[in-house]
Design a protein around this ligand. Structure first.
Ligand code: CAA
Length: 280
């Protein structure tokens, strides 16, 4: 594999593109508007510059990496990619349209990857003529910093495609784990109800977000508290993932807590809107 396509250059897509550039791949980044693609390039450039400033990357390597990112608004420009990783909006209809269009644009041997966190990879791949070429690679937020990637085998994923995705995860410097296409895969199956419990505890006990976060950081060894983590992930992303899990598993703990739904409706999504449990 030499050329990686990334479709959707939001927080996850730009992080995945950054990893691919750092690993030496040529990257074609697709966004619906060029300005959004340019924002992603600036973001990647910023984080790589920080690495240079901290002495963990040479300036020439930084410039070379940023120079290997080509931006486009045309899916046809992904034709030369060996693998395309889709990190678009978490909506089945959007992913279906995208996968259909991608299959028409890319080479017949190119692998199609979805970074979905809560939808079924099997369902996403069901619109393809050749669903065996599709696989899930679920990265964690922030993608450049979190070591894990879940490699998700859909019902019809071919063995060689699954192993190629696993190998790609390793080339991107991640610790890959092999998962089946079950709701929430492995980590979100555990983490989503756990974070929902944390939010319910806020209301049940009257503890403040600051104290709950301090409790989980200093009493349970979490790298950041649950409220800070929800602000990082975004109430929109978390509520959507909770609803998707609840729909499939019908366990009350999977359903999004009313407090988070209220925050979502009020536009208090977390870091991305400047206000969530905390203000930024
Ligand atoms: N992209 C690239 N680089 C980044 C970055 C980003 N988004 N954010 C920070 N960095 C770089 C910065 O350059 C930063 O250095 P400077 O501040 O000097 O510029 C450097 O990384 C280190 O950043 P931090 O000091 O913030 O790092 P930290 O040691 O405090 O760790 C953390 C940050 C890795 C996020 C850590 O707090 C952590 O592990 N938190 C838990 C995160 C987690 O659980 N994520 C999973 C979310 S759930 C999910 O993703 C699943 C889903 O489907 C929704």
């Amino acid at each position: 594999m030499k050329v990686v396509g990334v479709v959707g250059l939001g927080a996850m897509g730009s992080g995945i593109a950054q990893l691919a550039l750092e690993a030496g791949f040529d990257v074609v980044g697709h966004e619906v508007e060029l300005a959004r693609g340019e924002q992603a390039r600036d973001r990647i450039g910023h984080f790589l510059t920080r690495k240079v400033e901290k002495g963990t990357m040479e300036q020439s390597a930084r410039d070379d990496a940023v120079g290997r990112l080509r931006l486009t608004t045309e899916l046809a420009d992904l034709a030369g990619c060996d693998v395309v990783i889709e990190a678009a909006f978490e909506d089945l209809a959007v992913k279906h349209e995208l996968f259909r269009a991608l299959e028409a644009s890319v080479r017949s041997d190119a692998i199609l990857v979805t970074n979905t966190s809560a939808l079924s990879v099997t369902e996403i791949a069901s619109v393809l003529d050749r669903p065996e070429r599709a696989v899930g690679m679920h990265f964690f937020n922030p993608a450049p910093l979190m070591p894990l990637v879940e490699i998700v085998r859909a019902e019809r994923t071919a063995d060689d495609v699954f192993e190629a995705a696993y190998e790609l995860g390793r080339k991107l410097g991640k610790t890959p784990i092999r998962c089946s296409d079950t709701p929430g895969f492995v980590v979100n199956r555990v983490l989503i109800p756990l974070l929902n419990d944390c939010v319910r505890v806020l209301d049940e006990t009257g503890v403040s977000p600051e104290d709950l976060d301090a409790g989980m950081q200093h009493g349970a060894g979490w790298p950041m508290g649950p409220c800070a983590l929800l602000d990082l992930v975004g109430a929109d992303v978390h509520v959507h993932a909770s609803e998707a899990l609840y729909e499939k598993l019908r366990e009350p703990r999977m359903a999004p807590p009313p407090r988070l739904v209220r925050m979502l409706k009020a536009g208090k999504l977390g870091r991305k809107t400047g206000e969530g449990f905390y203000t930024y």
